[in-house]
Design a protein around this ligand. Structure first.
Ligand code: ADP
Ligand code: MG
Length: 256
């Protein structure tokens, strides 16, 4: 059965989508069967996996509204080696359309159940908010991966996310736990980043992944080619770091 992970952080631009698509591609490269679910109406993870969001007939929106199954809506990204349940702007409407629906936070969980046996990993790219969409992600998942930059205010934003995760754990999803904090866009030459990194380790201990993702321009260039960095330029430092992270995740789920 698949292990399901949300990549979440309510801040924008912290590296969620980059983490989701590169981890998906990294896992695929070591033979894992992966489904990537895009839960952000911006559809960046969809585009960044080589799937044109404007041409999709069915998306995660249709799945949340129960007008489609995952089997019908998923598409294969041949270049990336994983399946994609895509998103586009239509998804922004789901929030409103689900308002009066019972158990609306469990829609994704229910939809994923029939395909769980087909995958080793399901990775969910969350939007930059603690909205109904993110809640659907958190209700579906076994764990949360939190990408973060080692900056001064990074820890402050973490409190809200940690509290939300605790509430979901208590009320909606007993399986949910923080798998780990992933340090991304890291620049070891910046003293402040080293200091924040040390603080993170002191405070969160083994909840901080060993792998550190460096700031690397190849990772930022890759999306404009519709590819994760790991596929676009496997030799780049950032791509190698994500391959390492994929290995670390494979190890982690053995212990789960
Ligand atoms: P989010 O999904 O949290 O909004 P993104 O993954 O889209 O964040 O990343 C924000 C921006 O930073 C993007 O332009 C992305 O290409 C860039 N970026 C992400 N990770 C790295 C990295 N390790 N090195 C350089 N640029 C990065
Ligand atoms: Mg994103």
């Amino acid at each position: 059965m698949a292990k399901i992970f949300c990549v979440a952080n309510q801040k924008g631009g912290v590296g969620k989508t980059t983490t989701t698509v590169n981890l998906a591609a990294g896992l695929a490269r070591v033979g894992q069967r992966v489904l990537m679910v895009d839960l952000d109406p911006q559809g960046n993870a969809t585009m960044g996996s080589g799937v044109d969001k404007r041409k999709l007939e069915l998306t995660v929106y249709d799945v949340l509204l129960e007008s489609s199954s995952v089997v019908e809506a998923r598409v294969r990204s041949e270049k990336c080696g994983y399946d994609v349940l895509g998103a586009n702007r239509e998804l922004a409407g789901a929030e409103v359309e689900l308002v009066d629906v019972e158990r609306r936070e469990r829609r994704l969980r229910q939809a994923l159940a029939p395909v769980e046996a087909e995958y080793d990993f399901v990775l969910i790219d969350c939007p930059p908010s603690l909205s109904m969409l993110t809640l659907n992600g958190l209700c579906s998942a076994h764990g949360v991966i939190v990408p973060m930059q080692c900056e001064y205010f990074a820890l402050e934003g973490l409190t809200d996310l940690v509290n939300t995760i605790k509430q979901v754990h208590a009320n909606l999803n007993k399986d949910l736990q923080i798998i780990g904090l992933l340090r991304v866009m890291f620049d070891p030459r910046i003293t402040l980043q080293q200091q924040v990194s040390e603080q993170l380790k002191a405070h969160f201990k083994d909840k901080v992944f060993d792998t550190v993702i460096p700031r690397n321009v190849r990772l930022a260039e890759a999306p404009s080619y519709g590819l994760p960095g790991v596929v676009f330029d496997p030799a780049a430092r950032g791509s190698q770091a994500f391959m390492e992270f994929a290995q670390e995740m494979v190890e982690r789920i053995r212990k789960m």
